[in-house]
Design a protein around this ligand. Structure first.
Ligand SMILES: *[C@@H]1O[C@H](CO)[C@@H](O)[C@H](O)[C@H]1NC(C)=O
Ligand SMILES: *[C@@H]1O[C@H](CO)[C@@H](O)[C@H](O)[C@H]1NC(C)=O
Ligand SMILES: *[C@@H]1O[C@H](CO)[C@@H](O)[C@H](O)[C@H]1NC(C)=O
Ligand SMILES: *[C@@H]1O[C@H](CO)[C@@H](O)[C@H](O)[C@H]1NC(C)=O
Ligand SMILES: *[C@@H]1O[C@H](CO)[C@@H](O)[C@H](O)[C@H]1NC(C)=O
Ligand SMILES: *[C@@H]1O[C@H](CO)[C@@H](O)[C@H](O)[C@H]1NC(C)=O
Ligand SMILES: *[C@@H]1O[C@H](CO)[C@@H](O)[C@H](O)[C@H]1NC(C)=O
Ligand SMILES: *[C@@H]1O[C@H](CO)[C@@H](O)[C@H](O)[C@H]1NC(C)=O
Ligand SMILES: *[C@@H]1O[C@H](CO)[C@@H](O)[C@H](O)[C@H]1NC(C)=O
Ligand SMILES: *[C@@H]1O[C@H](CO)[C@@H](O)[C@H](O)[C@H]1NC(C)=O
Ligand SMILES: *[C@@H]1O[C@H](CO)[C@@H](O)[C@H](O)[C@H]1NC(C)=O
Ligand SMILES: *[C@@H]1O[C@H](CO)[C@@H](O)[C@H](O)[C@H]1NC(C)=O
Length: 290
């Protein structure tokens, strides 16, 4: 009986608390939809071509959370920049990443962006997803990318990137998918890739990579997809490949690989798509399994 009144006052207390929390959220969001983020985005927009300006006509004023392609976190800070398939034409040189510290998703696939990926991207410590595929980016991948320890997906396929794949990639300990095909990468496959203990998908196909397949890749026990075809890799397929026990697809065609096919491949029980040499296209080859 006494509790009815108590319940009522508890309820109003809860209401007041809730209002306080919402008020704080609101304050936080006006504070952190910060001028800094707005200025960074508007400056970038101002350097894009005219057609992109009309695509981004909603990018105006001081509340970026409602702009095209922007998603904010619960504090009103910019968390996702997603402008895939938007015909955006320009570079990233004038996008000040340092002023977008809470960015988690950077999705710019299938636009007409060109120039380098600026090293400043390494400041975005919360990034988990980068997809800049199908653009005209060129130059080297900045080594600073290796600082992104939360990054799970890095997709840069179908661009004009050159230079080596930086060994700093081995520091991206959360990386799950590394998708770099159809560029002009040179040099050898960095052995540091073997340190990526969560890697599930590795595609370096159709580049200009040379050297042998590093033995240490055999440490990638969670890797399910490995595509290295269309490079100039040489030497033998390492016996250590047996360590990639989760492999489902392995495609090494169109390289200069020599030597015997390691019989340990027969121990990869889930392997169902195996293409090793141009002359022997072996698809779905259960006979290899014991
Ligand atoms: C962009 O538009 C402005 C005014 O609308 C015009 O003066 C300028 O020449 C245009 N620039 C290009 C590259 O089309
Ligand atoms: C941007 O907003 C201002 C005022 O809010 C308005 O006057 C202006 O026309 C807007 N510009 C565009 C391109 O929408
Ligand atoms: C980006 O936006 C597109 C289209 O709105 C959507 O299909 C895609 O899933 C989004 N990407 C991410 C990473 O959220
Ligand atoms: C790329 O984006 C354009 C729009 O700018 C769209 O028409 C086209 O279908 C997209 N291509 C792919 C492969 O998604
Ligand atoms: C990146 O974007 C392209 C184009 O939308 C898409 O086909 C591809 O699956 C995306 N990659 C990843 C890893 O999400
Ligand atoms: C890349 O640039 C070339 C040459 O400037 C152009 O022909 C091509 O359409 C561009 N590709 C993309 C995806 O923007
Ligand atoms: C790469 O650059 C060349 C010219 O340097 C251009 O013809 C080609 O379209 C570009 N490739 C892509 C995928 O944009
Ligand atoms: C990887 O991280 C370690 C520790 O932060 C650092 O000492 C090392 O230089 C980094 N490696 C590369 C190749 O960037
Ligand atoms: C690779 O695996 C071997 C054997 O499990 C281990 O001794 C070695 O430290 C691993 N190397 C790296 C770089 O993780
Ligand atoms: C690959 O093999 C071809 C033909 O045997 C040879 O001409 C070429 O130099 C080799 N390339 C490399 C990178 O070893
Ligand atoms: C092979 O695939 C099955 C079914 O998806 C899975 O349960 C098993 O863990 C996989 N084996 C390895 C070694 O990854
Ligand atoms: C397959 O694995 C078994 C058990 O680990 C091992 O005894 C055998 O030698 C392996 N076979 C090959 C061809 O490596």
């Amino acid at each position: 009986m006494a509790s009815e009144k108590q319940q009522l006052s508890m309820l109003s207390l809860a209401c007041v608390l809730l209002m306080l929390v919402q008020e704080m959220r609101c304050l936080a969001s006006t504070r952190s939809s910060s001028k800094m983020e707005v200025e960074a985005l508007l400056k970038w927009k101002s350097k894009l071509d005219n057609k992109s300006h009309s695509t981004l006509s909603s990018w105006n004023g001081s509340s970026p959370c409602s702009w095209r392609g922007i998603i904010c976190d619960s504090f009103g800070s910019v968390a996702s920049l997603n402008l895939s398939h938007s015909a955006i034409d320009g570079t990233l040189q004038h996008l000040n990443f340092y002023h977008l510290p809470n960015l988690v998703v950077l999705e710019l696939a299938n636009n007409s962006l060109f120039g380098n990926i600026p090293p400043g991207i390494g400041d975005l410590s919360k990034l988990t997803y980068i997809n800049c595929s199908q653009n005209n980016f060129s130059g080297n991948i900045p080594t600073q990318l290796g600082s992104l320890r939360s990054l799970q997906i890095l997709a840069l396929e179908d661009n004009n990137f050159t230079g080596p794949i930086p060994s700093s990639i081995g520091n991206m300990s959360s990386l799950w998918k590394l998708d770099l095909p159809r560029n002009h990468f040179v040099g050898s496959i960095p052995k540091e890739i073997g340190m990526l203990g969560s890697l599930n998908f590795l595609d370096l196909s159709s580049n200009n990579l040379i050297g042998s397949i590093p033995k240490i890749l055999g440490n990638l026990s969670t890797l399910q997809y490995l595509f290295l075809y269309g490079n100039q890799l040489s030497g033998a397929i390492p016996l250590e490949i047996e360590g990639m026990r989760s492999l489902i697809k392995l495609q090494l065609l169109g390289n200069n690989l020599t030597g015997p096919i390691p019989s340990s491949i027969g121990n990869l029980t889930n392997l169902s798509d195996l293409r090793l040499f141009r002359k022997y296209v072996i698809g779905s080859y259960p006979i290899l399994h014991r």
